[in-house]
Design a protein around this ligand. Structure first.
Ligand code: 3UK
Length: 540
């Protein structure tokens, strides 16, 4: 397949062929032509086929049709190529909260044949610097309100020579991205990218470690649009998507940009998407499909009854295990059954899930059509149903770390090992157990943090919690719970004992938290995951 990349950095840093996962293209929709540009598939095609005047991107005070988004993306693509000297294959860092200009910039990079490196708004100079170095980033498009940290990085990284700011104040001089866009009115002719040209670097640091870049192709972007959405979510062109994950997190990129556009639907982009903003946004825009993390559903559920009988019809939870108690809480509040799905940056999106009709409390679901999943032992042999083992998956997408020795850990024998311990039941449902590195061993017992968290979460006083193992002379480790209480409850000795007894009655008594600490908030990553390593270290 002829690559469009003039800058061959991505191709030169793919993992060695023997370390690639086996890729499966078993659904008819996954027969991709050799040349493919995902911006044409998701954006230009909608306009070409007569849907240009349908609404596409919504934000407070703004509504862009598909044609308007295409016009912005075309102009930005011109700016990248003509004014900023981009050649296909260059890496373009994107930095902004979820907003329409970020969406336009993302499609502009696809059109120009560049490689999008979207970054979380919360990242600071130190983290951005690591990304710029690993991805050898040469270009950047940045929301003016978040420019400071990036300008700091640029000062010490001359290779990042091309940077333009957008969403700045009116008074900005003629150097802004918008000013440059105004000079390029013509339609842009997309780069003729190969289906296997890299189009995005997804950064992941897990919950602790050194960041690594996952490499995904134009083909991968389309593959995820053809697997989980049509088979599990089943959205229509009339849906209005809304949610919290940043577009820099592939959960958000899929849920809030790719999947709505793949069916000609609309997406609401909110710069701030905490529970209050989500609640207001759902009502203001009449949103029908919601994407957010379990912790956000727990908070939103407090206002859930006001959403009952409203526009919302599908609610997707991912990023962290969904406790059965949270599923029940959301159903009781809103009458809506959550759609759980496990995805990973390495796999690009969700590969095990269940729709609202077939969801089973406590289970994530079954392998998404297009994917295969297995639970295996240390030797890679499938374990019997009901036995906990390591989850491994295969499908049309898979892990390719950019020049990183950890490739050989994530991909073994052609399978992607996600780092999760799972068990499968007799009906083929996969049940989350723990991260393989999150097992607590106390007095010889193996205890998975989520089991204890699930038990605690069933108690009416508990709003949220995180469980870790902390060192103990006698037992090696003991189970310690960090608990956020619901309003109206006092974290005293008596409640501590109540919670301990409650856990003992819910799961095997040896799993009960010997230590409990009440906190106002749990430390979480920008992607909504509890940072257990922080609970283990800093909180003692
Ligand atoms: C955990 C889950 C249980 C699991 C992601 C949807 O989370 C995403 O990607 P990350 O790279 O993390 C991957 C890891 O997160 N996890 C995610 N979802 C679930 N555990 N139940 C779930 N439903 O440990 C996994 O290995 O940040 C999620 C779509 C795209 C994504 N990138």
């Amino acid at each position: 397949m002829p690559s469009a990349h003039v800058d061959t950095f991505a191709r030169d840093h793919l993992p060695p062929p023997d370390q690639w996962p086996t890729l499966r293209f078993e659904l008819p929709a996954l027969n991709f032509p050799p040349q493919l540009n995902c911006a044409w598939e998701l954006l230009d095609r909608q306009v070409e086929q007569g849907r240009g005047d349908r609404p596409c991107i919504l934000a407070p005070g703004l509504r862009w049709t598909y044609r308007e988004l295409q016009d912005r993306a075309d102009r930005i693509a011109y700016v990248l190529v003509h004014d900023m000297g981009l050649v296909p294959g260059n890496r373009v860092l994107l930095r902004a909260p979820n907003n329409p200009m970020l969406a336009a910039c993302w499609f502009a990079v696809m059109k120009a044949g560049g490689i999008a490196v979207a970054t979380m708004p919360l990242l600071r100079a130190k983290e951005l610097q690591a990304i710029v170095e690993i991805g050898q980033v040469t270009h950047a498009l940045c929301d003016a309100r978040l420019a400071d940290d990036l300008l700091q990085v640029q000062a010490s990284h001359p290779a990042l020579s091309q940077l333009k700011l957008f969403n700045g104040s009116e008074a900005a001089d003629g150097k802004s991205l918008e000013a440059a866009m105004a000079r390029h009115p013509a339609p842009f002719v997309n780069a003729n990218t190969a289906a296997d040209d890299t189009c995005l670097l997804g950064f992941t640091s897990g919950t602790t470690g050194v960041p690594k870049a996952t490499m995904h192709f134009h083909r991968d972007v389309m593959a995820i649009c053809h697997c989980w959405p049509p088979h599990v979510l089943r959205p229509t062109a009339d849906d209005i998507f809304i949610g919290s994950p940043p577009l820099a997190f592939t959960f958000g990129l899929g849920g809030l940009l790719l999947f709505p556009m793949a069916v000609g639907a609309q997406a609401v982009l909110l710069e701030k998407a905490g529970p209050e903003q989500l609640f207001d946004g759902i009502q203001q825009f009449g949103a029908t499909v919601l994407f957010t993390a379990p912790t956000s559903y727990r908070k939103l559920a407090l206002q859930g009854p006001a959403l009952r009988g409203g526009t919302l019809r599908k609610c997707v939870s991912a990023g962290e295990a969904l406790p059965a108690a949270t599923r029940a809480l959301w159903r009781e509040a809103t009458d809506i059954e959550l759609i759980d799905g496990i995805g990973a940056t390495e796999m690009l999106h969700i590969f095990i899930s269940a729709d609202e009709a077939t969801a089973r409390p406590g289970a994530t679901g079954k392998a998404v059509p297009g994917y295969r999943a297995e639970v295996v032992d240390e030797q890679g042999q499938p374990v019997p149903d009901g036995t906990v083992g390591q989850l491994r998956v295969q499908g049309p997408t898979g892990c390719r770390y950019l020049d990183d020795a950890r490739q050989a850990r994530y991909v073994r024998d052609g399978w992607n090992y996600t780092g999760d311990a799972y068990w499968r039941d007799a009906d083929g449902y996969f049940h989350y157990h723990a991260r393989t590195d999150d097992m607590i061993i106390s007095a010889g017992y193996n205890i998975a943090s989520p089991e204890v968290e699930d038990a605690l979460m069933q108690h009416p006083a508990v709003a949220d919690c995180g469980v870790v193992g902390v060192p103990d002379e006698e037992r090696g480790q003991i189970v310690k719970a960090y608990v956020v209480l619901r309003p109206g409850h006092v974290g005293d000795e008596a409640l501590m004992r109540t919670l301990q007894d409650f856990v003992k009655q819910t799961v095997a008594p040896y799993k009960y938290p010997r230590a409990i600490r009440f906190v106002n908030e749990l430390p979480r990553t920008a992607t909504g995951k509890v940072q257990r390593f922080l609970l283990r270290s800093t909180h003692g």
